[in-house]
Design a protein around this ligand. Structure first.
Ligand SMILES: [Cu+2]
Length: 408
């Protein structure tokens, strides 16, 4: 082996062995923001804790295998590597039929895979929704649409939220039922649960327990069209008081809320759960691989200080989606009434004002001009849809100049 080849091999093998170790050691040193807290960071429900545990075990086993196999290869290459030209008859000794060795290298992977399978299956069983639910279980209906989420609570008939953050009471069993209005979406709150696909005309059901108050990142994780990347928000798990004021502000009746989270049945049914936290350190490494979740825009926003602006722009963008969703529903209602009934112009005007406020927010955001292009194209879509359905456009929304990021 020439010394240049030898150095090259050394470098390649060092990367193979040291790379996985760095993936374990470096992420804990990096600053991270809840915006990027992808699974399995900070589990806040027993369901997520179990998923976190599986992830940690699989990662450790995987890294151990890479380091062991890579290390043996490294040793063999450095110790037995051939240098110089190779003659025709220059063949190393050929060994056949070492049963003990063959049985060993066959059984070790089988045992590893069998153990991982047992851990995975038992976790699936533990995470399956229980047949019998606590009497104070909170039910939430979650509907995905292009591009946002709409929430209703069967126990709080007045409450309806299209787009934005979902609030849940802490220390409660939550039964969420997920569906879709249009295409396949995926409701994913890494800190609380695994993926839940949202299909039209189908309800996907799961049961979790909110064991820790906090703000948890949620992200649609099925590619569902051009604005898929906008489908992210927070799930805010909070004590009964906070949940009550949110529910009141969104139309629920005080009596219904009190029945659901108030009084003695409130935060009493606590089941303290210990949370594994090591795997949270692996989150940043996981981020690198989970490209589906992160649009290139978000990767750009990974710079210090950019995350808040990214968040506000995204909230605004989601509200645009909600406005379009609402107008869609108004149009559908008008159409089903034979075209004779038109939604009142006042409601369109209120949608318009939401719309313009959001556009103002977008204008402040100078991270990426893509938002302004989105805003302009969504405005055009909104206006043409509204006017072709007989709505009166009272006031034209300003069009943003993408080149200078200012209102024209
Ligand atoms: Cu989606």
């Amino acid at each position: 082996m020439t010394s240049r080849n030898r150095t090259l091999r050394l470098i390649v093998m060092a990367i193979v062995i040291i790379g996985p170790i760095l993936l374990l050691v470096v992420p804990p040193l990096l600053p991270h923001h809840t915006q990027f807290a992808v699974w399995p960071i900070d589990p806040a429900s027993p369901t997520a804790s179990r998923l976190d545990r599986v992830w940690t075990i699989v990662t450790y086993v995987g890294v151990a295998v890479v380091v062991l196999v890579g290390g043996l290869m490294f040793y063999a290459i450095m110790t037995f590597g051939h240098s110089g030209p190779i003659a025709d008859d220059d063949e190393p000794p050929q060994i056949h039929g070492n049963s003990r060795l063959e049985i060993t290298w066959t059984s070790i992977p089988i045992v590893i895979v069998a153990v991982l399978l047992a851990i995975a299956i038992s976790t699936l069983q533990l995470n399956a929704p229980p047949r019998v639910l606590a009497s104070n279980t909170v039910q939430v209906n979650i509907r995905g649409y292009q591009w946002g989420w709409a929430y209703t609570f069967p126990q709080l008939p007045g409450l309806s939220v299209a787009v934005g953050d979902l609030h849940l009471p802490v220390n409660r069993t939550i039964e969420w039922r997920v569906t879709s209005s249009d295409v396949v979406h995926d409701w994913w709150v890494p800190a609380l649960d695994g993926h839940m696909d949202a299909y039209p005309n189908h309800i996907e059901r799961d049961v979790i327990y909110t064991s820790r108050a906090g703000t948890y990142y949620a992200q649609c994780s099925k590619f569902c069209g051009l604005y898929h990347w906008k489908m992210h928000n927070n799930v805010i798990v909070e004590p009964a008081a906070g949940f009550t004021s949110w529910a009141l502000a969104n139309g629920a009746k005080r009596a219904d809320i009190d029945k659901l989270v108030g009084g003695a049945t409130g935060a009493t049914a606590a089941a303290p759960v210990s949370h594994t936290s090591f795997a949270s350190h692996l989150g940043v490494a996981f981020y690198i691989f989970h490209h589906d979740v992160y649009a290139p825009y978000q990767k750009g926003a990974f710079a210090v200080g950019a995350t808040n602006r990214a968040r506000s722009a995204t909230v605004a963008a989601s509200a645009l989606g909600a406005a379009i969703h609402e107008i869609d529903q108004a149009i559908a209602a008008a159409e089903s009434a034979g075209g004779t009934q038109r939604a009142p112009v006042a409601s369109l005007a209120s949608l318009r004002s939401i719309y313009q406020t959001d556009r103002g927010e977008l204008a402040k955001d100078s991270i990426n001009k893509m938002h302004l292009e989105d805003a302009n194209s969504q405005t055009a879509q909104f206006e043409s849809k509204a006017s072709s359905s007989g709505f009166t456009i009272q006031e034209k929304a300003p069009s943003y100049n993408v080149a200078t990021t200012s209102a024209a």
